[in-house]
Each structure stands twice: as structure tokens, then as C-alpha cells.
Ligand binder design. Structure first.
Ligand code: NAG
Ligand code: NAG
Ligand code: NAG
Ligand code: NAG
Ligand code: NAG
Ligand code: NAG
Length: 635
């Protein structure tokens, strides 16, 4: 064993890293206050950067997307590090596969791109809870993003793992990282706790050394920068096309009278919410503002240059509660699927007026294939699959427990109790404190009764007999990522009443959909009747083959759900995210080709929560198309 160890060590060392570490390390990156600029190796340097979040793009496509960014004339990329993506449970760290941050940094370096790293710990980003792990809420009264001792303790452990990993990738250590952001738009948060910022400053210095350029960014408003900035952290601003750039940079100048001008987030597009129109930002306006900023000698990061996808359950939400959809296309220069757009070429041309564009070929948009309709079959309801979805069985509790209390952070939990008396006439089932987070699909003895929805539907009427089973399948639709409502508990977070009685004696089933889907455990051993017309949350499956005889398959595709309502979809066990054409505006979900296989049938699993066309059409199907629809109808 001992003899094998050195060999194993060598194998573990990635070749790129080995090359990086051997590089001449006589490198510097610093702020030149007198010259109002950055200095790289002692020479004036200006970055033109673009945001890309590795957590929203499969590793398979990282290189393609980075190369397209390079070919647009960018010399730098900017990325967030979502804490909850890497530490799903306290002390459990994930840094491989799609979570391999170091490999992402190596790729950027290999392509000659510099990196602006934004490790938070809070990142906003329209990402679940702004990147903070939900398990922080196990201390119910925790004050996030403050000097709360339990919060600081968790941050201390996390950054103690993350920052030593990125240290070798700092520019001065031979890597691509030129600057590191501390916190994120902290001045927009209510705590305004300088001790917390100071704690972070010291921790970053401790792990990364004192010669690293640390910065903050805030909306270009004096009020934000008051609480968002700290001596020792270079203050930058962020703003979009609707803002006067002279005025915006004057705000930065109030806090940094000398040094480079920096717009850390110049918005190329904007985010969507379910039920609201798809956002777009005009290309010409972006070109004009960018040209102005570059002419002023400013450093600019385009947010986003490619948005990507909120796969699985990673989307966040804003208040009043509105969840973001699965697509994070953002109307960016590169689409969700990495395709070149008119905006891409317009920005490339604008950048080309200031910097020499790289030679070489721009990688083309990846081809998309319309695999067509896939017939779907009902497999089983969630209620009839509880034994495989909740192997450990339910947790009993007099009053409801939250997701965090049952240690389930994402997806679905089923809450079950029995009706205390006969209700022959409709009786109101009420979440009078607005405690359904975020949607509850309600049934009595397997008969659907309706849906409770956070801040929208707080009461429905139900009927049923004493002793009948009352089930609420509660969906976490994504945690608030911005503002003071970050402590976003999920599940039933307050009591429910039926008529005037508080419901008690709950059996709570945390549901592990991922294992059940991946291990093919959801089966249709239960005989399902043909006349089945209910709309209970139900699993469906279908299969499709990649056609033979066509070159270069499998290719990317988009899946859409004609006449389906709302749910979650997996292909070959990969959780593609939520679909909700019933609310809009997103209609199609992006399906990256690397999850498809040619050697076997590809298996689609759909969890439809409300109503599928299979209930009223002889044949029902989902469909694979070759064009995205992100601005479909709103309900
Ligand atoms: C390293 O940096 C010093 C100071 O900037 C400079 O004098 C020297 O020439 C550099 N050496 C190399 C090999 O670049
Ligand atoms: C939980 O409650 C159910 C239904 O009331 C009961 O059958 C079960 O035995 C209880 N389990 C435990 C562990 O108490
Ligand atoms: C519930 O039923 C009562 C009468 O039975 C009716 O007045 C009330 O509007 C109903 N409420 C809802 C939310 O449907
Ligand atoms: C539910 O009501 C009981 C009795 O009033 C109370 O003790 C308990 O704290 C409530 N639980 C929640 C989650 O609101
Ligand atoms: C959707 O349902 C309607 C009937 O409700 C039907 O006429 C139509 O063909 C269905 N569309 C698809 C694409 O299945
Ligand atoms: C799809 O499921 C079938 C079993 O129904 C299995 O043979 C096949 O390998 C699965 N396909 C993939 C890609 O896992």
C-alpha cells in the first residue's frame, strides 16, 4: 500500500495544474491608484469580461462556451461559486464532475482567459437561497450574512476548504484569477454589518495572502455602497443600459477617488419569473453603453455572457414570492444552449473597436435535433410510490415540521393526516398564516381537492369522511435569493386549519425522487384503471431511440409538454428541471446531448403534479423539438 501512494499522488495531479505550477511565478496583478487602472505584470491592463456560471452548464460544454467567449474578444471571465452546490450537507464537499471548479479554472487558463472569482459566500445569482446552504436554517433564528456566530462558523469552515483550493490559481501564483470578490451587493441587504465584512476580509487574506486584489460590488447608488464597502476591499459598481454611465461611475468615485473604473455587472439581458413576460434587452442599447464605458477606459463585466440552465431544483425566487424558471437564458449573447446570436456578433464588433480580436474560427452553434414525439405511459402516483420514495418511512409529529427539520432540502415532502370528522359539506382547508412553501397538491382518500399556493391561494374547500386520509404533497419551488427574506423555510411552516380545528398528528414523508428515478424503482405493479381521470401527482415514463444512419447524433434537443401542466422531468436519471407551460413563459427545456445514449433506449421520467393529457387523450406524449420557446403564453 505504501509503495503505491506516490504513484497515486501523481495520477491525481491534473496535468494542466502541473504545468501551471511550473510556470514563471514572477507575476503581479495590482491596482494602480495613481494611474486609475489595473497593472498586470507592471503594465496597464483593462479587462473586458463576461459572466458564465459553471454550475449552470454541464462540464461537457465548458470548453465550447469558454472558447466562444474568448472569440468574442473577452480577455476575462467572471464566475460565482455557489456554496450550496459544493457543500450539500455540513462537512460533505463535492468538487468532481459538473462541480469540478478547479478543472473549470484550468480550462479558462488553457484558453488564455483570466478569471474574476466571486466566492460569496452569498452570491444572489437567481440561485437557490443565493447560494447559501439551506442547512444553515437548522438554527431557526440565524441571521444570515451577519456576525451571527453560527453563520460565521459555517462560513469559516467552508472558506477554509474552498479558498486553499483556489489559491494556486491566483494570477501571482501562476494561475488565471486576477481579482476575488467578497460577498455580493452587500449594501442591498439589511444587516449592514461591517464586522462581518471585516471577518471576511481577514479570512480571505488569511487563505489567499495579502497580495490578492479583493473587491466588492453594489448597485450604483450611494445608499448601497455605504453598507457594501469596506476599507481594504476595492469598491466597484454594477448597472445596466438604463443608467447614465457618468453618474454611475461618479458614485464609484465617491468611494474610490482613485483607481480603475469598474462595472462588475453590466446587464446584457434580465431574469425571468414564472407567470411574467420573458425579459429582453435591446442589443443596440447594450452596444452603445458598452462602447461608452470602454471609451472611458472602464473595466466591464458583461452579466451574463451565457446564462445557462437551472437544472434540477437550483432556481431561486424573488419577493413577493415569484420563482425563476428553469432556463437562465437571460437574453445573453450566447443562448442557454451556447448558440451564437446577433447580440454576440454585435458585441464582438463593439469590442473589436478597442481590442484586437483573436484569430481563429468561432465555434459554431451546436446542432439541435428534433427527435419528435415520445409516447408516455402512466406508471404510478406519488402516493402509491411512497414505499420507494421514502424508504425510511414517515416522521410522526403532532404539528407540521419544515423541510429543514426533516433534513430534506430540495424537491418534495408529503404531509399526511386524517380527517377528524365528517365533512359532507365543503369545509375550508386554510393556511391562514400563509405557511405553504410553496405549493401543496391536496387530496382526500386519493381524490384531488385543489392546490394551495404561497401568497396566492391560502384556502381551498374540501370534503371527506372522518378517518379519511388527507395528503398534501408540498413542493419547494426554489428559495428566495435576494433581500431580507433569505431565511426561506420550506414545507408546511405553520399549522393548517380545517374549519375551525388545527390539524394535528401528521406523518411526514421526505421524498427521495432522485434515487427512485435513477434506480428505476417507480413501477406500475399497481393495476391502474383505464377510466382513471384524476389529477393526482403522477409519474409517467417513455422511451426514445437515437435514430441510426444520421451522422453526429446524439445532438442537443429541447423537450416540450403539449397539454401537460406542471412538473419535473428526468432523462436517463438526469434532472432537467421544472416545466410549467401552464403558467409560462418558458415552454421548452434544454436537453444537452451528453445525457443521451445511442446504445440503449433513452428513458424519460415525468412527474406531473396537476394534470397530464394522458387523462383525457387516448395517446399522450412529450415532444423533442429543435428550437427553444422561452416566451410562450402566460396563463
Ligand atoms: C521578475 O520581476 C522583477 C521585478 O519586477 C524583474 O526585475 C525581473 O526581471 C523579473 N524576472 C523575470 C524572469 O521576469
Ligand atoms: C406514525 O403514525 C402512523 C399513523 O398514525 C403509525 O401507523 C405509525 O406507527 C407511527 N410511527 C411511529 C414511529 O410512531
Ligand atoms: C367554500 O365553500 C363556501 C360555502 O360552502 C363558499 O362560500 C366559499 O366561497 C368556498 N370557498 C372557496 C375558497 O371555494
Ligand atoms: C401549531 O399550533 C400549536 C398549538 O397552538 C402551536 O403550539 C405550534 O407552535 C403551532 N405550530 C406551528 C408550526 O405553527
Ligand atoms: C391539447 O388538448 C386539446 C383538447 O383539450 C386537443 O384538441 C389538442 O390536440 C391537444 N394538443 C396536443 C398537442 O396534444
Ligand atoms: C432505459 O431503461 C431500460 C429498461 O427499461 C434499460 O434497459 C436501458 O438501459 C435504460 N437506458 C438508459 C440510458 O439507462
Amino acid at each position: 500500500m505504501a509503495r503505491a501512494a506516490p504513484l497515486r499522488f501523481l495520477l491525481l495531479l491534473p496535468p494542466l495544474l502541473a504545468a501551471t505550477l511550473g510556470r514563471q511565478t514572477n507575476r503581479t496583478f495590482e491596482i494602480d491608484y495613481e494611474g486609475d487602472q489595473f497593472l498586470k505584470d507592471g503594465k496597464p491592463f483593462r479587462y473586458i469580461s463576461g459572466s458564465i456560471h459553471y454550475s449552470r452548464i454541464p462540464r461537457f460544454y465548458w470548453k465550447d462556451r469558454l472558447l466562444k467567449m474568448k472569440m468574442a474578444g473577452l480577455n476575462t471571465i467572471q464566475t460565482y461559486v455557489p456554496w450550496n452546490f459544493h457543500e450539500p450537507l455540513p462537512g460533505l464537499y463535492q468538487f468532481s464532475g459538473d462541480q469540478d471548479l478547479e478543472y473549470f479554472l484550468q480550462l479558462a487558463d488553457e484558453l488564455g482567459l483570466l478569471v474574476i472569482l466571486r466566492p460569496g459566500p452569498y452570491i444572489c445569482a437567481e440561485w437557490d437561497m443565493g447560494g447559501l446552504p439551506a442547512w444553515l436554517l437548522e438554527k431557526q433564528s440565524i441571521v444570515l450574512r451577519s456576525s451571527d456566530l453560527d453563520y460565521l462558523k459555517a462560513v469559516h469552515s467552508w472558506l477554509g476548504v474552498l479558498l486553499p483550493k483556489v489559491k494556486p490559481y491566483l494570477y501571482q501564483n501562476g494561475g488565471p484569477i486576477i481579482t476575488v470578490q467578497v460577498e455580493n451587493e452587500y449594501g442591498s441587504y439589511f444587516t449592514c454589518d461591517y464586522n462581518y465584512l471585516r471577518f471576511l476580509l481577514n479570512l480571505f487574506h488569511h487563505h489567499l495572502g495579502k497580495d490578492v486584489v479583493l473587491f466588492t460590488t453594489d448597485g450604483a447608488d450611494e445608499e448601497y455602497l455605504m453598507c457594501g464597502t469596506l476599507q481594504g476591499l476595492y469598491a466597484t459598481v454594477d448597472f445596466g443600459t438604463s443608467v447614465n454611465i457618468i453618474e454611475a461611475f461618479q458614485i464609484q468615485r465617491k468611494f474610490e477617488s482613485k483607481g480603475p473604473l469598474v462595472n462588475s455587472e453590466f446587464y446584457t439581458g434580465w431574469l425571468d419569473h414564472w407567470g411574467e413576460p420573458h425579459q429582453k434587452v435591446d442589443t443596440q442599447k447594450i452596444v452603445n453603453s458598452l462602447t461608452d464605458m470602454l471609451a472611458h477606459g472602464a473595466n466591464v463585466n458583461l452579466y451574463m455572457f451565457i446564462g445557462g440552465t437551472n437544472f434540477a431544483y437550483w432556481n431561486g425566487a424573488n419577493m413577493p414570492y415569484a420563482a425563476q424558471p428553469t432556463s437562465y437564458d437571460y437574453d445573453s449573447p450566447l443562448t442557454e444552449a451556447g448558440d451564437l446570436t446577433e447580440k454576440y456578433f454585435a458585441l464582438r464588433e463593439a469590442i473589436g473597436k478597442f481590442e484586437k480580436l483573436p484569430e481563429g474560427i468561432i465555434p459554431p452553434s451546436t446542432p439541435k435535433f428534433a427527435y419528435g414525439k415520445v409516447a408516455m405511459e402512466k406508471v404510478n402516483t406519488v402516493e402509491d410510490s411512497l414505499d420507494v420514495l421514502c424508504l425510511a418511512g414517515p416522521i410522526n409529529s403532532t404539528y407540521p415540521l419544515t423541510f429543514v427539520q426533516v433534513k430534506q432540502y430540495f424537491g418534495f415532502v408529503l404531509y399526511r393526516t386524517t380527517l377528524p370528522k365528517n365533512y359532507n359539506e365543503p369545509v375550508p382547508l386554510s393556511s391562514f398564516l400563509d405557511g405553504v412553501r410553496d405549493r401543496a397538491y391536496v387530496s382526500v382518500n386519493g381524490v384531488p381537492q385543489g392546490i394551495l399556493e404561497r401568497s396566492k391561494v391560502l384556502v381551498i374547500n374540501i370534503t371527506g369522511e372522518a378517518g379519511a386520509t388527507l395528503d398534501l404533497l408540498v413542493e419547494n419551488m426554489g428559495r428566495v435569493n435576494y433581500g431580507r427574506h433569505n431565511n426561506d423555510f420550506k414545507g408546511l411552516i405553520s399549522n393548517l386549519t380545517l374549519g375551525s380545528d388545527i390539524l394535528t398528528d401528521w406523518s411526514i414523508f421526505p421524498l427521495d425522487m432522485e434515487s427512485a428515478v435513477q434506480n428505476n424503482l417507480i413501477s406500475n405493479e399497481m393495476v391502474t384503471s383505464d377510466s382513471f381521470t384524476s389529477t393526482l401527482p403522477t409519474f409517467y415514463t417513455g422511451q426514445f431511440f437515437i435514430p441510426s444512419g444520421i451522422p453526429d447524433l446524439p445532438q442537443d434537443t429541447y423537450i416540450q409538454f403539449p397539454n401537460w401542466t406542471k412538473g419535473q422531468v428526468w432523462i436517463n436519471g438526469f434532472n432537467l428541471g421544472r416545466y410549467w407551460p401552464g403558467r409560462g413563459p418558458q415552454v421548452t427545456l434544454y436537453v444537452p446531448s451528453h445525457i443521451l445514449v445511442t446504445s440503449a433506449p433513452n428513458n424519460i421520467t415525468v412527474l406531473e403534479l396537476e394534470g397530464s393529457p394522458c387523462n383525457f387523450q387516448k395517446k399522450c406524449y412529450v415532444e423533442m423539438v429543435d428550437k427553444p420557446v422561452l416566451d410562450g403564453p402566460l396563463s
